[in-house]
Design a binder for this molecule. Structure first.
Ligand code: ADP
Ligand code: MG
Length: 340
């Protein structure tokens, strides 16, 4: 959906911000660009909607070279969310949200109706917040309006530059969770810039780890944390990457042992599957749950194993997971170990 081909950007003062960048974001995929300040993340993003023009190379959007698309038209088909949000201070929240539909010539009533729908989707009550002005909102609420505005014209692509950077850690985590839920519904193709590794691995289907103007590794969070491609990446992801990997590595069937006699009573309950079975004997988790959830259950109960059941069907137990299974699962994301 978004394809960078050997893209280089040199600013007039001679700074090479990105150097021979090639990567691709699939339709419906969320890719995070992560790296230290000044490594070229924002420059990369701004070349997609032509706020910055590449010096060399090209960028294709749905197969079309963006250099051939009128920048104004291009920007109306790409949602853009930035840290400073950039809401118009003298327009109401509803009118801010309706900005792009209005520019696209929608009738006012229809644009407002759409804006109200979107505010609702990001967790703001249009009747309560719609008629306020941006300064009358909290930082987290403004950030939500920024996301609603970016989605208003239903663009296939979203660019997000440090979208949750301006709020405190608690609100930040809530916004991340909300955004993940939202993305599960709207399935946009998303390029999201952050300098925060935790955010990158939590949100990204894949993450691009930037060094100076270059991508050092482009892979799933579990692989980047489990098998850093270079010493730079290993250093960037840090010594506690083993712990971080637990949260981004799912439990799969190959990690399980047969449920066996007495291993599970097959009557696990709880909407998320993360609840102890009746009698408190063996705690249960749905397949696809994270190793972090699994380990938490293993540590919390004394059973030495947890029952793993089919997603959405707690009555169908697929097998049991032990600490040895957790270990195997962690090795799985490290090709150099699992091939031995
Ligand atoms: P990041 O978003 O990763 O912090 P940027 O893409 O903003 O990085 O910047 C990459 C490099 O390009 C930095 O060295 C920065 O100083 C430089 N840079 C960014 N914008 C300009 C500009 N308009 N003119 C000159 N240099 C720039
Ligand atoms: Mg930046």
């Amino acid at each position: 959906m978004i394809r960078f081909e050997q893209v280089t950007k040199r600013y007039p003062d001679g700074t090479t911000a990105v150097d021979g960048l090639s990567f691709e974001v699939a339709e419906g995929e969320l890719v995070t660009l992560v790296g230290p300040s000044g490594c070229g993340k924002t420059t990369t993003m701004k070349m997609v909607n032509r706020l910055v023009e590449p010096t060399e190379g090209r960028i294709l959007l749905g197969g079309e070279d963006v250099a051939a698309v009128d920048p104004v038209r291009l920007r109306r088909t790409i949602g853009y969310v930035i840290q400073q949000v950039g809401l118009f201070p003298h327009r109401t929240v509803l009118d801010n949200t309706a900005t792009v539909p209005a520019l696209l010539g929608w009738k006012k009533a229809k644009a407002r109706e759409r804006a109200a729908e979107l505010l609702d989707l990001v967790g703001l009550d249009p009747a309560v917040h719609g008629h306020r002005y941006p300064e009358q909102l909290s930082g987290g609420q403004r950030q939500r309006v920024g996301v609603a505005r970016a989605l208003a014209a239903d663009p296939p692509v979203l660019l997000m530059d440090e979208p949750f950077g301006a709020v405190d850690p608690v609100v930040r985590e809530r916004l991340q969770t909300e955004f993940l839920n939202l993305q599960a519904t709207v399935r946009k193709t998303v390029l999201l810039v952050t300098h925060d590794l935790e955010e990158a691995v939590r949100l990204g289907d894949r993450i691009a780890v930037y060094g100076q103007g270059r991508i050092e590794q482009f892979d799933t969070p579990a692989t980047v944390l489990g098998a850093p491609a270079t010493p730079y990446v290993a250093d960037f992801v840090g010594a506690d990457r083993g712990l971080k990997r637990l949260a981004v590595t799912p439990v799969t069937e190959t990690d399980l042992e047969p449920a066996g006699a007495g291993a599970a009573d097959g009557t696990a309950n709880g909407p998320d599957g993360a609840a102890a079975g009746p009698g408190g004997a063996v705690p249960a988790l749905a397949l696809g749950g994270s190793l972090k959830e699994a380990l938490a259950l293993l540590l919390q109960h004394d059973a030495g194993r947890i029952a793993v059941h089919a997603p959405g069907d707690p009555s169908r137990v697929l097998g049991s997971l032990t600490t040895a299974g957790v270990h195997r699962a962690l090795r799985r994301a490290r090709p150099e170990l699992s091939s031995r």
